[in-house]
Each structure stands twice: as C-alpha cells, then as structure tokens.
Design a protein around this ligand. Structure first.
Ligand code: GLN
Length: 427
C-alpha cells in the first residue's frame, strides 16, 4: 500500500527527482516481499528506497543521467543493493543526478534539472540531486547517494534532509560507476539521523569485491555520549562562508555548548589547497574511469554525447595525465593530498568532531549560468572530507530566506558512530 502511495505521488510530482519508475516491477516486488515470511522481521522491512542512477540495480537503466548510457540495463545488483534487498528494503526507482556525478547543482543531467521541493526555483544541490529531493519531497522513505566531494552532503544541505558520507572503506563501491574511485563513497539520504544510522549499518561491511573495504563494528545509537564531545570549529571554514550561513551555524554550535560540549577553536591552514587538490585528482581518475565508455561495450562513445562539464573533465584529465605533465599537476596533487590528510588527522587529536557549514554560499536559481570556478566553489567545505578519507554527516540547522541550511559534522576515519550520534535535531 505504501509503495502504491509513493508511486502515485511520484507520477504526479513535478520535481524530476525520479527518472525511472517501473510501476509493475515495484508492485510485483512489493507483493513478493509481503509473502516472504523470512524478511518480515528484518530492519528494512517496509522501507521504500530510491537509488541514485550510478548504482547498479538489476533490471534498471543505470544511466548516470548521461546519454552515454541511456540504453544500458543492468544485469546485476551492486553490493549495497543486495544488502538492502536481503534486509527487506523495497527499491522504488532510480534518481536524477548530475551527469556522471560531476556537479554541485543538479542541473547537468541529460534528463533535465532536478527541482528543490523545499526552496522554489533554487537548485537542490548535487550531484545526488534526485536522491535528496525525493526524500525532501516525500517520494520515498530513504535514498542512496554517492559522495566524491560532497555529492550527498551538498544536496542534503540545500534540500533540508539528512545525509551521511561514511569513512572511505566503510561501504563497498562494487557496482558504483566511479567518478573518482579514491574519493567515492556510497551513503544514505534520509528524513532522520536515526534512519541514516539504520541504512549505514545495512550497507556497510567488508566486501571481497572491493578491496578497499574493511569490517567495522555495528554503529550503535548512543546520544548520551555527545555531551562529552570536544567540538572543533575551524576558523578558515567559517571565514570562507557567507556571513548569514556562518551565523546560522554558530546558532547550531550554541546547541552543542548548551549540551555541555567543550568548544575548541582550530586552524586548518590548507583550506586553500582543497579545490585544486580535489579537482586535479578528480579529472585524472575520471578520465581513466571513462575509457570503458568507448561505444563498443555500452551505449555511445562518451565524448560524442556528453555534456560540457563531463567533457571538460575528460579533456583536462587526459591532458594532465600525459607523461610530460605528471610531475607538474598530478604528482603535486598527490603530495598536497597527503599534506592535507596529515594536518586534518592532527586536528582530531584535540577534538571528537569538527562542525562547520556544509556549503559556503546560498543556492542560485536553477538555470543561472555559472563559471566552472563559481560552481566548484560550492565544494570547498565538503571536498576535504574525501581528500582525507574521513566521515561527515549533514543535518538541517535552520533556514535563510526560505533556503534550508545544513550543518556539517566531520569525524576522523572510522569514527562514523561518533558522527552519526552527533547528528542531533536542531529544530
Ligand atoms: N561537486 C563535486 C564534483 O563535481 C562533487 C561531486 C560528487 O561528490 N560526486 O566533483
């Protein structure tokens, strides 16, 4: 019944969050679930879940919102999808996204921009735009997104929902179409932090098909521990942010203070290195990942049909991968990545979590032309998490002129439980 209710809502919806809905398939699977006694007491039983279009779900078109893969029907379930199904979850459909997860606004999809149900006319954020807006628009119970440099957290912030990027290695990437494999991590977009904890526990775990994964103990709910946290505030993260956003986040920090947390001021002197380090590595890894889209195995040759941002990354990625440039860009980026990581880990010697804005500026109107640098500047506070392999969650902490604002909480590698518990309700 619930599945049917969501299907009808999706059919009527105009936010373009779900780009593939197979009503019959969903209803058949719902019936099968109802008749399966074994799944009835599983933790995800009865939960309706939407999946980002770069994660393989058998029988669906995994398009990455690109013309390149418009006819590619997946023959298998990604590890995370297998886990969801085995725990009683029902997949409702595939969500819209920026093409190949390359974007911060949800506007570069071959299937058109996603709309933000909580801020009319404004971008929903990206690249997991459809997953966030489907959750915000109540078209599903929860959704999966992927986060290479903020793609779960940025749309969670703009849409006013909860998002969590696990530490690198907590969740299997098997069956995820890579944007940049050394940064990518799959994670939940949900209506509550409790649901984010639930879904993370289901999808995580060591997977022999992804050698970067490790086994982690079950993340337990323990809100009481939060009042003992030392909460770090990084001066540079606050300074790069719009004043109104900064003030909102300061209100959130007051809530931690009132709970009894100790607030610690920190400096992160490599904040300026975040965007150049991230984008150089992203271009090179993305270029390499796209070589399989040559038109022989799947769909169309990518360079012939892709959008402008994807082409930019392929061309620059190709250029800077050439041997003569390797010392000039890529190796330097690997070096600054190491610097950034070491410095970040040092900060966690003094604090349990670091609290900051998620995005440093308020969202633009859908359709406004931005330069690549203006678009990339949305990412300055989210890419350090991926560069350093740490974890981060986002929860709504208020509104500014009708735009939801998300507060970001970062934790050191494998402190996912600590962060999930710190994702308290601010309203
Ligand atoms: N906006 C960033 C980029 O375009 C992040 C994307 C993502 O996390 N998938 O690369």
């Amino acid at each position: 019944d619930k599945a049917l209710k969501y299907i009808e809502k999706i059919e009527k919806s105009d936010i373009n969050a779900i780009i593939q809905l197979d009503k019959e398939k969903v209803l058949n699977e719902a019936k099968e679930l109802e008749n399966n006694e074994k799944l009835k007491n599983k933790p995800l039983y009865g939960k309706i879940i939407a999946i980002k279009s770069n994660i393989n779900v058998k029988g669906y078109n995994i398009s990455c919102a690109s013309k390149t893969l418009e006819n590619y029907i997946s023959a298998y379930d990604a590890t995370v999808v297998k886990k969801i199904k085995s725990q009683g979850g029902l997949i409702i459909g595939m969500t819209n996204m920026d093409e190949f997860a390359s974007g911060s606004s949800g506007e570069t999809s071959y299937y058109g921009a996603t709309k933000n149900p909580n801020a009319e006319g404004k971008i929903p954020g990206g690249s997991s735009s459809g997953s966030a807006s489907a959750v915000a628009g109540d078209l599903c119970d929860m959704a999966l997104g992927s986060d290479t440099g903020g793609s779960i957290r940025n749309p969670a912030s703009h849409c006013g929902v909860v998002g969590f990027k696990p530490s690198y290695g907590v969740v299997s990437r098997q069956g995820l179409c890579d944007l940049a494999m050394s940064f990518d991590q799959i994670g939940p977009l949900t209506k509550s932090a409790e649901d984010a904890l639930l879904l993370t526990n289901i999808i995580k775990g060591k997977d022999l098909s992804d050698s970067t994964t490790v086994e982690t103990p079950k993340f337990e709910k323990n809100e009481k521990q939060v009042k003992k946290y030392k909460v770090g505030i990084v001066k540079e993260f606050m300074e790069v942010s719009d004043e109104k956003i900064r003030n909102k986040i300061e209100e959130g920090i007051e809530v931690f203070k009132d709970m009894g947390c100790k607030i610690v001021e920190l400096n992160y002197k490599y904040t300026d290195l975040a965007l150049p380090t991230y984008y150089l590595i992203n271009y090179v890894e993305f270029f390499s990942a796209t070589r399989k889209y040559d038109g022989r195995r799947y769909g169309y040759p990518i360079e012939e049909v892709c959008g402008e941002e994807v082409l930019r990354r392929i061309l620059i990625g190709k250029h800077i991968s050439e041997q003569e440039f390797s010392g000039k860009y890529y190796k330097k980026a690997l070096y600054t990545r190491k610097l950034m990581k070491n410095e970040m880990l040092k900060l966690f010697n003094d604090v349990d979590i670091i609290v900051s804005p998620t995005v440093p500026k308020l969202p633009h109107n859908i359709g406004k032309e931005l330069t690549p640098m203006e678009m990339y500047s949305y990412d300055v506070l989210t890419v350090p998490t991926n560069i350093c392999g740490i974890c981060a969650g986002v929860v709504k902490c208020g509104n500014i002129a009708g735009n939801p604002v998300g507060l970001q909480i970062q934790g050191k590698p494998f402190d996912d439980e600590k962060v999930l518990n710190a994702m308290i309700e601010f309203e």
